[in-house]
Design a protein around this ligand. Structure first.
Ligand code: UDP
Length: 475
């Protein structure tokens, strides 16, 4: 067993195995390291290489983050070899096995904590057992939820009061009780228990309970983005929380320098006028059915706007998800990226005028920090709450009109948003009378986000308090 050094704080970071969770947690580890904290990320063999680029680029600035690799028990639960990332999960059955595999990680984490005795474990919300494991060694566990304060408060209120339980239909509107603003939702936009397996429902429940017992939460957000909800979470729900974001800007200069293979789309964007291009991306997991992609293509074409559209498909000969001759007609006007796009640099490019987003929290925060107005198209998880933050509270975007919550697997069954709705929403944000107002408010958010992470800014200061507090616990 290593003895605790009180000179240098040592924190372990344990992200869930999917991009939307590990990208921000890698940045959080780098952020702590940049403030003199010894930071160690826990990764599984096939995810570790995905961490390396960011870690290497920080190293050039003298910021060191260690990676500790643990085994992911795919075989033990009957998952295909290599299935270590939740975005490789394609069926409910696989999802259940994936969750079982994450439960089996417990002994390895216990050994690591016993051996290294860090001052703190920052673990993803999807490892509810981590609080008790850390407690065995007297180590405080901090939760990383991967959500903002608005959604944290909304989901907590809904879990407590169940306002949607007694409605007569899925389309009946209800409001969130005991909430700082009036938010209208329908039951169809709520996580639907029969659709998700018992394992997932259980996991979410256990995550909530372990939240109660944990030391507090790290939130990738900045106070000025959602002040009423940051206050509500702390005072009404009595939760300890530190806002330290947006963390996508951590070590940005080093990352830019490190990416020698600048993506061609950034050069393409540089040939475009400011605010003239729509960026469409649905995160790392949402992979729509062909007919929905057809609707998107037709809606974009009809809008007449230039675009970059990220589609999670491989290039192959039969592209049935594209209307006949689409790419030829769109030559010079629209770019399709198949696979992974450099989202943050794209959003920060001055040519981007709007972001069609599935409302994953990272995407919302990255869009807001880049000052880009949004067209919101929530699909799953807490995304319907995030939509309301953008459209009702911040007023920096419009809703495309998604009505049905689904699991990531459901999006392969129905084209629920039609081309006319897509065309209308895109033009509303790009060229309507309201567009300038949305753009102006989005620009204000960008400035606030920048200031929040600068020395003396709200996120910078909250991180300082957290580091000091953890330091004093070990004293
Ligand atoms: N992302 C990216 N390129 C892509 C798709 C996603 O860089 O082609 C990044 C995006 O910038 C964000 C994360 O992946 O940091 C996705 O997280 P989010 O919470 O938005 O959605 P999720 O993938 O969890 O549904």
């Amino acid at each position: 067993m290593e003895t605790k050094s009180h000179k240098q704080l040592h924190i372990f970071f344990f992200p869930y195995m999917v991009q939307g969770h590990f990208i921000p947690l890698i940045n959080i580890a780098r952020l702590f390291a940049s403030r003199g904290v010894k930071s160690t990320l826990i990764a599984t063999p096939l995810n570790a290489p995905l961490f390396s680029k960011a870690i290497q680029s920080s190293k050039k600035l003298g910021i060191d983050v260690d990676i500790l690799v643990i085994k992911f028990p795919t075989e033990e639960v009957g998952l295909p070899q290599g299935c270590e990332n939740a975005n490789l999960v394609t069926t409910l059955e696989m999802n259940e096995k994936f969750i079982k595999a994450t439960l089996l990680l417990q002994p390895q984490i216990e050994q690591i904590l016993d051996k290294h005795r860090p001052h703190c474990l920052v673990a993803d919300t999807f490892f509810p057992w981590a609080t008790d494991v850390a407690a065995k060694f007297g180590i405080p566990r901090i939760i990383f939820h991967g959500m903002g304060f608005f959604a944290l408060c909304a989901s907590r209120s809904v879990a407590l009061y169940e306002p949607h339980a007694k409605l007569s239909s899925d389309s009946e509107v209800f409001t969130i009780p005991n909430f700082p603003v009036e938010i209208k939702l329908t039951r169809s936009q709520m996580p639907n228990v029969p659709k998700q397996s018992a394992e997932i429902t259980n996991l979410i429940k256990e995550a909530r309970e372990s939240g109660e017992k944990s030391y507090g939460s790290i939130v990738n957000s900045f106070y000025e983005l959602e002040p009423a909800f940051a206050d509500h979470y702390r005072t009404v729900f009595g939760r300890k929380a530190w806002h330290i974001g947006p963390v996508s800007s951590v070590n940005k200069a080093a990352d830019d320098e490190a990416s020698l293979d600048r993506h061609e789309c950034l050069n393409w964007l540089s040939s475009k006028k400011p605010n003239s291009v729509v960026y469409i991306c649905f995160g790392s997991m949402t992979n729509f059915i062909d007919s929905q992609l057809q609707e998107i293509a037709a809606g974009l074409e009809a809008s007449g706007q230039e675009f970059i559209w990220v589609v999670k498909r491989e290039k192959n000969d039969k592209e049935e998800w594209l209307p006949e001759g689409f790419e030829e007609r769109m030559e010079g006007k629209g770019l399709i990226i198949r696979g992974w796009a450099p989202q943050v640099p794209i959003l920060e490019h001055q040519a981007i005028g709007a972001f069609v987003t599935h409302c994953g929290w990272n995407s919302i925060l990255e869009g807001a920090s880049a000052g880009v107005p949004m067209i919101t198209w929530p699909v799953s998880a807490e995304q319907f709450y995030n939509e309301k933050l953008v459209t009702v509270v911040l007023k920096t975007g419009v809703a495309v009109g998604a009505k049905q919550w689904g699991t990531f697997l459901d999006v392969m069954t129905e084209a629920s948003v039609k081309r006319e709705a897509i065309e209308k929403a895109v033009n509303q944000v790009m060229v309507s009378e309201e567009a300038e107002g949305m753009r102006g408010r989005a620009r204000v958010l960008r400035e606030m986000a920048k200031r929040a992470v600068e020395e003396g800014g709200s996120s910078f200061t909250d991180l300082t308090s957290l580091i000091q507090e953890l330091g004093s616990l070990g004293a």
